[in-house]
Design a protein around this ligand. Sequence first.
Ligand code: HEC
Length: 97
Amino acid sequence: MNWKTVLVLTSGCFLMSLNAQAGDAAAGKAKSENCAQCHGDTGKDDPPIAGKTEADFIKAMKEYQTGTRNHKKMIKAVKDLNDADIADLAAYYAGMK
Ligand code: HEC
């Protein structure tokens, strides 16, 4: 193994670990089809969620999941999402203007 191979391998691992924490906006887009029915393709409809910080977004989603925040439509929307899905969606909507 030469030094270039080592460099490629280590930077690959680094990027993967970043992804696991931060959420992947492209993956979030793929998971947002259902959300877009109410929030719109641009995240600006009823109520707007585009441009929310990832922390606020994740907090809101967790509140619907735990029932701390009660709203029938959203509770149904978050029911089947895991933490990675929520992180991906958060990254996607936070990146919208
Ligand atoms: C059937 C319509 C509907 C669908 C589908 C839906 N939402 Fe919502 N969403 C709403 C409504 C209505 C609210 C406001 C609820 C409230 O007052 O708590 C809301 C609120 C939110 C909030 C909190 C906004 C804030 O400012 O606190 C977030 C974040 C959110 N939705 C994300 C999503 C995501 C992500 C999806 C897809 C997984 C999704 N929603 C699917 C209707 C929907």
